[in-house]
Design a protein around this ligand. Structure first.
Ligand SMILES: [Fe+2]
Ligand SMILES: [Fe+2]
Length: 245
């Protein structure tokens, strides 16, 4: 393999996101999700979940998941934008600028991961031959995403933990939607993962495992947002090691 090809694979691996699990671990992950109560959802979260349930059905479906994935990406885009602005703002404080940049890297990786989810789900919908309309499957998801994007950066500027909490609720919702869907459709275990994006996302034993993996990714996204809620403010000064000793 050439150096370029090796570098390209390494580069793609970074964008692949959370770890890929083996079939047994995916089954365990599904059960863990089903055994874990959902987070308590805020009014803002419900303002997105309710129209999605009304328009695309309360039960999970591949077309509904495409809509969720269109929306899921935007807080990471919002944080990335605010992050680049903050890097410049704190350019004179290297420790803070570096911490901000770490968050940007994390937001970019999660954004890419959501992008793969979207491409995989859209591919599955097309393979199924399910009809999508411009209004229901493009315009309305875009409107909800537009709302979520602006809410995300505004909350982030006021209090970053509010924005992280809202995203954690969205990710928790997505995690439960995927795992509940797979649990309710045992036939998915006999359907193959078409592997359209296998080079970037990996290939799973079955369609059930592919969707469980996506559900597990959502759990990691949730955990990351919850961790960011409790981590200290990014602009907080680093402890002075000389005086702390
Ligand atoms: Fe996703
Ligand atoms: Fe996610």
């Amino acid at each position: 393999m050439t150096t370029t090809a090796t570098s390209l694979l390494a580069h793609r691996a970074i964008a692949a996101g959370p770890p890929k699990l083996e079939p047994d671990a995916l089954l365990t992950a599904q059960q863990q999700t089903l055994d874990t109560p959902r987070l308590k959802y805020s009014l803002l979260a419900k303002m997105m979940f309710k129209p999605v349930d009304l328009l695309y059905g309360k039960q999970g479906s591949l077309t509904k998941f495409v809509v969720l994935e269109i929306i899921a990406r935007v807080p990471y885009q919002a944080w990335e934008r605010v992050g680049y602005w903050a890097v410049h703002r704190y350019a004179a404080r290297s420790a803070v600028a570096r911490r901000v940049f770490d968050r940007i890297v994390e937001a970019r990786a999660d954004q890419d991961n959501e992008q793969w989810h979207l491409l995989i789900l859209q591919d599955l919908v097309q393979r199924n031959g399910t009809k999508q309309t411009w209004l229901l499957h493009r315009a309305i998801p875009w409107l909800i995403a537009f709302f979520y994007y602006h809410v995300s950066w505004i909350l982030f500027l006021i209090k970053p933990r509010w924005s992280y909490r809202l995203n954690a609720e969205f990710e928790d919702h997505a995690e439960h939607e995927y795992m509940t869907f797979v649990a309710g459709h045992p036939e998915l275990a006999d359907l193959p993962d078409p592997g359209t994006y296998a080079a970037e996302y990996g290939r799973h034993r079955s369609l059930a495992d592919l969707l469980r993996q996506i559900g597990h990714d959502e759990r990691i996204h949730k955990a990351s947002s919850l961790a960011n809620i409790t981590s200290p403010r990014i602009s907080q000064p680093e402890p002075d090691l000389d005086t702390a000793a």
